[in-house]
Structures are given as structure tokens and as C-alpha cells.
Design a protein around this ligand. Structure first.
Ligand SMILES: NC(=O)N[C@@H](CC(=O)O)C(=O)O
Ligand SMILES: [Zn+2]
Length: 427
């Protein structure tokens, strides 16, 4: 038996930071007390003086590019990047090549995740074959093979009838449908949010109705089928309102917002810079305020990064040519802590609720809690020493972050998964 004692950390107890000691026995948390005087000798003492000891964060939306685009990321680098960000459980999106759209491909994907993942991983299957068209996957077979949920992320499901049939089957299997909502007939080849900024910059805009119209369709279908419908990276005020109304009507809908949509708006785009190109695009300042309000009133359930690494060469191109997506795993906690908790808009307990507790609870994952008997998945953050986000510190292959150079608090000091060090023990 391996016993490790985390001494003198600060834990959230009843919503407030209090000094605590945490005893880890093998892969579980065996005791949490203000002071643990180990009567049995421990194998190691980890000094957490002055550090925030958090339940490991849970990210329901990451892109690891493996197999198929390993110049952008691999399961190994992407999961290490997650660990660097304080995440101990991540859900990998299926837009890899080949996509996990059959039970056999799912088994191969899970074997790769198991072999190379530095943190706990769950895996999305696609909704349709090759993540497009209208041919539904073998949902029962994919569930039996170990799929976490179904998503065509990267693309919306264009045909209502296809989404309806997918939801019916997923409901029967008690699996969630996780939607990238985007109606392709409403995007007009845009590269950023359509509004005054896109006009000023002379760049083609994506009207936000491309997201809202599909979410409105889908909450109607979700009501009719009873499925758990989860909306990815909600980005506009109108979409928040559709989800708010659907929740009030009793539809089983949940949703996530990404850190970048909370932190940035199209007003931050001052020129043709692909570091600000992602899908859905950054909305207006009014959209950003509606996303914050949606989180605070419970319409938005959780925060997920949509970590989407691309190569330096791809993102050095014009907004017209570069691929959509920015990284997020390694910057999310520190950016949100610095910009929202330090400024008093969110409490630390709310942030941890959105980044760990809720994503686990809503999807039935055994994660996100710092309690006796829970898995020893922990992140230690330094909330007091100022640092600067430096791409040289990234473990991701991607450096496509608009937050490089930001001055932050909340650097990750150490991350443990199932009682083992996965980040920081040598740093
Ligand atoms: N968000 C993005 O801009 N890009 C994602 C796909 C996605 O989540 O839509 C990607 O895989 O690169
Ligand atoms: Zn998406």
C-alpha cells in the first residue's frame, strides 16, 4: 500500500478556502481533515503550503488529433497538456481520422487512449458515419464498445430527420447526444462573427443564427424524444435564450461554454489574426455578457475548453485560410481565475463547480469531487504568484492561443491522477 500525505493545502469546504490535509492511499483519497497526524508512516509528504488543492478538473471537449493528424497533437501530448492545466479527466472528440464510427474503431481508439493517455479519458463516438451525411452509426454497438456519448463535433447534423432518429436511439440507450450546432446553409463561408467588426475588417461573417436555428430545432427534437441533449460551445445571446426557455419547459438539455467565449468578444479582433479564429466564432460583447449571465443563472451548466490544436504554419495564415480552433487546456483555469474570480464576478467555488463538479455529475463520471473514497485526482494551483502565459511551457503541440503573454495567477503546480504524479512533480 502506497500512502501519500498532502500537507497544509487550502481546500474548498462549504464554499470557502480552509487549510486541510489529504491522505491518499494508493489511487483513492482516504482521509481529509484539517490536520492529519499520520499514525501509520506515509511514503511521501507533499507540501501544499499556500496552494489551492482542487478536485482534478473535468473537460468534456478536447481535440487530440490522434490518429490522423499527429503533427497537430497526439493522445500523449494532448493529455499531458490537460494535466498541465489541472485536468484529470477529459472527453475526446471523434474528429480524428479514421473517426470512431464503428465498434471496432471505437475499441482501437480506446486502446490508444488507454496506452498513451496521461489522464482519465472518455471517448465520443460519431453520430453518423464519417461524421457527416445521414447514415447513423451502430449506436448500441458503440455503446457496448465503450463510447461515452455521441457527437459529430466539428460539424452540425444538417438533416432534422437524421438528428431525430439519432436522438430516439440514444434515448433508448440512455446515452447523450452532444451537438456542435451549426446550420451550414447559414454560414456563408464566414471566418468570424458577422457584425460591425467583420464589416470594419472586411472579413466574411458568420451570422449567429447558424448556431441558434439549429439549437432551436434540436431542443424541439429533444423534447419529443426525451434524450439528454447537450449543446457544445454556446456562443450567442439568442442561443442562451433558446436553452433557457427549453429548460424552463422541462427539456433535458444541458450546455457548455468555452473559456474564450467568456473572456473575449469580436471587439478583441483588431486585425487579420488567426489566433482569434475558431468555430463558433467570438460573438459580440453583448453575446459575451449573455454567456456570463447564463452561467450565473444556471442556463449554462459547465465550462469546457474546446482545445483545438493546429500547427504554427496553419495558424500563421490569414483568417481566410487558417483552420478554425484554438488551444485551451493549459490556459483555462488560470485565465478564468484571474479574469473572473480575482475580479469578484465568480466565486472560486462556482468556477470549480463549472470546471469539475458539474461536468462529472451531469455525465455520470466518477470524478470532480474531493471527498473521502473518491479517486485521488487532484490539482494544486498557485493562486498568489503572478506569472505570464508562455508557449514554451505548453505540453501541447499547438501554440495557437490568443492568451500567450497574458499575466495570470493560478498556475498549476502539480496534478495527480489516481494518486500518481502526472504533472509538476519535477517542476
Ligand atoms: N472549435 C473549432 O474551431 N475547431 C474544432 C472543431 C469544433 O469543435 O468545432 C477543431 O477540431 O479544430
Ligand atoms: Zn465544435
Amino acid at each position: 500500500m502506497m500512502k501519500r500525505l498532502i500537507k497544509n493545502g487550502q481546500c474548498l469546504i462549504d464554499g470557502h478556502l480552509q487549510v486541510c490535509d489529504i491522505l491518499i492511499t494508493d489511487d483513492k483519497i482516504s482521509q481529509i481533515e484539517q490536520h492529519i497526524t499520520a499514525d501509520v508512516p506515509v511514503d511521501q509528504i507533499i507540501d501544499a503550503q499556500g496552494l489551492f488543492v482542487s478536485p482534478g478538473l473535468v473537460d468534456l471537449h478536447v481535440h487530440l488529433r490522434d490518429p490522423g493528424q499527429t503533427d497537430k497533437e497526439t493522445v500523449k501530448t494532448g493529455s499531458l497538456a490537460a494535466a498541465h492545466g489541472g485536468y484529470t479527466t477529459i472527453a475526446a472528440m471523434p474528429n480524428v481520422i479514421p473517426a470512431p464510427d464503428t465498434p471496432q474503431r471505437m475499441r482501437e481508439m480506446l486502446a490508444l487512449n488507454q496506452r498513451d493517455g496521461a489522464v482519465h479519458m472518455v471517448q465520443y463516438a460519431t453520430i453518423t458515419t464519417e461524421r457527416g451525411g445521414d447514415e447513423l452509426v451502430d449506436m448500441a454497438g458503440l455503446k457496448a464498445a465503450g463510447a461515452f456519448a455521441f457527437s459529430n463535433d466539428g460539424n452540425g447534423v444538417q438533416t432534422a430527420g437524421t438528428m431525430y432518429q439519432a436522438m430516439k436511439q440514444a434515448a433508448k440507450l440512455q446515452m447523450a447526444v452532444v451537438a456542435h450546432a451549426e446550420d451550414d446553409s447559414l454560414t456563408y463561408g464566414g471566418v468570424m462573427h458577422e457584425g460591425s467588426v467583420s464589416k470594419r475588417l472586411g472579413l466574411p461573417g458568420i451570422p449567429s443564427v447558424s448556431e441558434t436555428a439549429q439549437v432551436a430545432r434540436d431542443v424541439t427534437l429533444a423534447a419529443a424524444t426525451g434524450v439528454h441533449y447537450h449543446v457544445c460551445h454556446v456562443s450567442s445571446a439568442a442561443t442562451v435564450q433558446v436553452i433557457r426557455a427549453a429548460k424552463a419547459a422541462g427539456v433535458h438539455v444541458t450546455c457548455e461554454v468555452s473559456p474564450h467565449h467568456l473572456l473575449l468578444s469580436d471587439e478583441d479582433i483588431t486585425g487579420d489574426n488567426a489566433m482569434f479564429k475558431m468555430n463558433p466564432p467570438l460573438g459580440s460583447e453583448q453575446d459575451r455578457q449573455a454567456l456570463i449571465a447564463g452561467l450565473l443563472d444556471g442556463t449554462i451548466d459547465l465550462i469546457a475548453t474546446d482545445h483545438a490544436p493546429h500547427t504554427d504554419a496553419e495558424k500563421a495564415q490569414s483568417m481566410l485560410k487558417a483552420p478554425f480552433g484554438i488551444t485551451g487546456s493549459e490556459t483555462a483555469f488560470a485565465m478564468l481565475y484571474t479574469k473572473f474570480v480575482k475580479t469578484g464576478l465568480f466565486s472560486l467555488a462556482q468556477l470549480i463547480n463549472w470546471m469539475a463538479v458539474q461536468p462529472a455529475a451531469l455525465f455520470g463520471l466518477n470524478a470532480g469531487r474531493l471527498t473521502e473514497g473518491a479517486p485521488a485526482d487532484l490539482a494544486l494551483f498557485d493562486l498568489t504568484t503572478p506569472t505570464t502565459i508562455d508557449s514554451a511551457d505548453f505540453l501541447s503541440k499547438g501554440h495557437n492561443s490568443p492568451f500567450i503573454g497574458e499575466h495570470i495567477l493560478g498556475k498549476t503546480v502539480r496534478t495527480l491522477v489516481a494518486g500518481k504524479d502526472v504533472y509538476g512533480s519535477k517542476h
